[in-house]
Write a protein that binds this ligand. Sequence first.
Ligand code: H79
Length: 569
Amino acid sequence: MADSSLDIVAESKNRMQWWKDAKFGMFIHWGVYSLLGKGEWVMYADKIPVKEYEKLAGEFNPTQFDAKAWVKCAKRAGMKYIVITAKHHDGFAMYHSRTDPFNIVDASSFGRDPLKELSEACREEGIRLCFYYSHVIDWHHPHALHDTFNNLWDYELEKKAFFSYWNHKAKGQVRELLTEYGPVGLLWFDTSGGLSKKESEAMVNMIRELQPDCLINSRVSHWPDFGDYQSKGNNEIPMYGEETREWETPMTLNQSWGYSTKDQVWKSTDALIRKLVHIVSKGGNLLLNVGPTETGIIPEQSALRLKEVGEWLARNGEAVYGTSASPFPYELEWGAVTVKEDILFLHVYNRYWPEGELALNGVRNTVKHAYLLTDPTTSSLPVHQSYQPETDHHAMRIRLPKHPPEDHVSVIALEVEGKIDVDRGFIQQANGSIKLDLVLSEITTGSEMNEARWSFKASSSGIYEVMLVNFKKSGAVWEKEYDHEVTVRAAGQTISCIPQEDKVVNDSISCQHPYTEVHSSVGRIVIEDPGTYALTLSTKLAKPKPFGPEIWQAAAVKLRSVRLVPLIG
Ligand code: H79
């Protein structure tokens, strides 16, 4: 007899394939709010009355909107799908909805249906069109009901009749999006606070019935029971091996989603390419946002960066699209690793381009051929591999040209003999450090303290500084979270301290606004002999993996890992 749960997994794998190979998509936040240039939360933040917001909608007239130009911009950037706000929290439909007249055709002077135009342009260019739909928050509708963010300046909570919103507008509009715009790649839901499992399931069933291949993100609610993949928190990049299911990081180019005139804190092209390959090396997708203006233009600052990322991808895409995650369970200092069949792609960030050679530990295969992906003039890179049987330690050194051959990130391809086989334990990296990520520890919870435990392998003796890596949310008070002594035990030694904010990392690869990466030193331990050791860390912050993908539910200070850093001299 067929196991129906296995059938569901197989079916989900099939419909996911295009998305897993795609790696890179464009998020578009565009709506009436773009007029005010203060982001997509402006109606809520400024408590703009519905009547006034409707007047604004009437003025919305993005005459410069050109669907083909947007789709070309995404395609040139190397993006394979577009997710556009069909309706954001303001309740305004950016398409011709017959369900609710508060939409771009019936309630604005524009009179055109941009989603129709986009669906045609996407079809021509082979880009998958996907829709963002705010299913629970709707500040325009009197009966929409969220557990936190409601329009209480126009409506009274007590008078809300949720189902008259849910059955008619939310489900009605999702039905329209799935029946009038051709095949929809995925529906991207958001902020589902308070939605019951029953209603969530009804929505999912309706989608499956209308378009069985349409993907659904986890924010539909009740993940992992519903949804095909996990949307990480906004701008959140997980650790290696943290997710067992497919995931995606929604990321801003500056610090806003909807168009903002004030926000000029832009990520550089260099950082964007590093973040993209870093995410792909952890097995995820990057959904990178643009916030077009009220006239329908993708801001120049965004378009320029996307163009540059696309130029890099046009040359290096082989090491990105259709690849799988790095086999190593930790972040690498110099870059990121992706895998395709018998090739390991080493994405070396140019800023860390090593002098003379790149060292990498833990690869058990013999390297057949090492080469620079985009430099045909250097046919082969000399590789030296060695093995230390006492500690079962595999080391490798790859000779490199003096200068990186690419802009931003240069890719070294290692073609190996046999199936890729690496040491998946916590081993000493080539720079001597050992990284132990909290998500891969064994955690025991106690009434006062929790304890995280790892086993690691040191291939050389020496003195190590024990460092905690934390992400601190903007506005969080460090001392409130670290109000206790943490203790580390390893190699027969015990060290304790109350962690301080010793070092703020300004250009962290996996930490971004609204978090900053902070390192704190706990003390030193001595490893006298190479070998395998246990390390335990006891602190309240060693929490089991938190449930819930949305960033505002996340901790003020997130403990990410313990690092052992060798002290030289
Ligand atoms: O669509 C984008 C956001 O509008 C939506 N999800 C992404 C993809 C979203 N982000 N955060 N939230 C929803 C939750 C709300 C956070 C808030 Fe606030 C913090 C609301 C009030 C305080 C940030 C600051 C938004 C308004 C002020």
